[in-house]
Design a protein around this ligand. Sequence first.
Ligand SMILES: Cc1cc2nc3c(=O)[nH]c(=O)nc-3n(C[C@H](O)[C@H](O)[C@H](O)COP(=O)(O)OP(=O)(O)OC[C@H]3O[C@@H](n4cnc5c(N)ncnc54)[C@H](O)[C@@H]3O)c2cc1C
Length: 460
Amino acid sequence: MRRVVVIGGGIAGLAAAWAAHAAAGRVRGGLDVLVLERADDVGGKARTILRDGWLVEAGPTGFLSGRTEMDRLVTGAGLASEVVTANPAAAHRFIYHGGRMRRVAANPIGLVRSGLLSGRGALRLLADMVVPRRRGGGDESIWDFAARRLGAEAADRLIAPMTLGVFAGDARRLSLVASFPQMAALEHDHGSLIRGLLARRGKMRSGTMTSFAGGMQELPRALATRGGFRVSCRSAVDGIARMQSGWEIRVGHAGATITADAIILALDSAPAAALLREHSPALAADLEAIPSPPVGVVALGYGPEARERIPNGFGVLIARGEGFRMLGNLWDSHLFPGRCPDGHVLIRAMYGGGVDPAAAMLPPGELAALARAEVARLYGIDAAPCFEQVVQWPRAIPQYELGHSARIARIDEATVALPGVFITGSALHGIAFPAAVAHGVQTGERVVEWLSVRTVDPHR
Ligand SMILES: Cc1cc2nc3c(=O)[nH]c(=O)nc-3n(C[C@H](O)[C@H](O)[C@H](O)COP(=O)(O)OP(=O)(O)OC[C@H]3O[C@@H](n4cnc5c(N)ncnc54)[C@H](O)[C@@H]3O)c2cc1C
């Protein structure tokens, strides 16, 4: 029997294990799939905290529907009946700028009406329809791209907050093509973002915000119990050694070892680099160079009196320079049912990221006090919160900085030189939850393909 060991029980690792197990029939003699997870529980960033009738997502709020691998995984985990879709008002997104909360529509006319841009700024945004496409010139930052196509005002007031919302990242440092490939494709294919959006109207499925009745951690937990593969928690891997055939994996400090024909590293880039350094210093250096700044999440619960103070929608992103340290808020109680006691309000305030990493790692009491004060000021809520939960991620969301695509090409090439080693996870090919699932599933299938060819001809 062959064995594949997946290191990391976040969603990417579990998706890879599930796909490898599902395709195991193709490996002659059978395939044993084992996931090793350092923490007490599976899920990684997908962590759901249940306390006193409140449901707090420490990590992802949900995922956008419409990705095939995600649908297959949810069905495979037996969770189709647990899927919940967000209140339609989740389509209402807000940006705080100029001392006001402004609802931002996803079309140019609505955008102009929102008052987010000055008259001049709005005209400059519409000039996107005539600005010629860029030819050549290498990697471009999100901010430079937005300023070139839509003007500096739209880059600052619209695209930079949007980058905070997705990456908790700095639009001036992130690569457009690696971070928002669809935006780069609109310019490439249509010569203009607005013309591209109009041409694709009705054809582009933006997906619906989706979660599970018991929160996002339901999926990793269901996979771990019903996925058909083995999972071992409290099993931190601290070394891998190359054998004549396959790999030896060292687990924990007790010196236990496990052998495997193939390993899948489904880790954040820093621990992946640590395991690979002695086998490929160049690969490790490239992995290590992918930054992942901290994010602090403060969940605050309020009584019914706060309900009318919060607009009906998904949440608000706060433009820099408005006198707030928080990057934005998510209005969880408006999104999915069952997130808090009846009639109450649950808000999550996000801090840190690439623009203000120090805020995320303030002492927890200080971070909570800052969130309470900023939320009270933003909405004019006088009452003290009746619920509070602080979560701090020292490494939260990978940043696809300028040069990311070239770095990934080098990582892929260097990984091929280590037979039986495969790498997945959100540091490389997409930071969203469905992207981690898709790459995980594809990686699990690639491993089985690689093993089935080697079973026929062990010298390949
Ligand atoms: C605050 C926040 C909000 C987010 N919001 C959204 C959202 O709304 N929508 C969305 O689509 N995405 C969101 N994301 C992104 C999403 O959470 C990630 O894309 C996804 O969860 C990443 O999964 P992963 O398996 O790649 O990594 P991880 O979840 O980080 O999993 C890696 C696992 O490896 C384990 N590990 C590490 N070292 C070792 C070792 N040596 N041995 C064994 N195990 C080890 C870790 O304990 C962890 O469980 C958010 C992320 C954060 C942090």
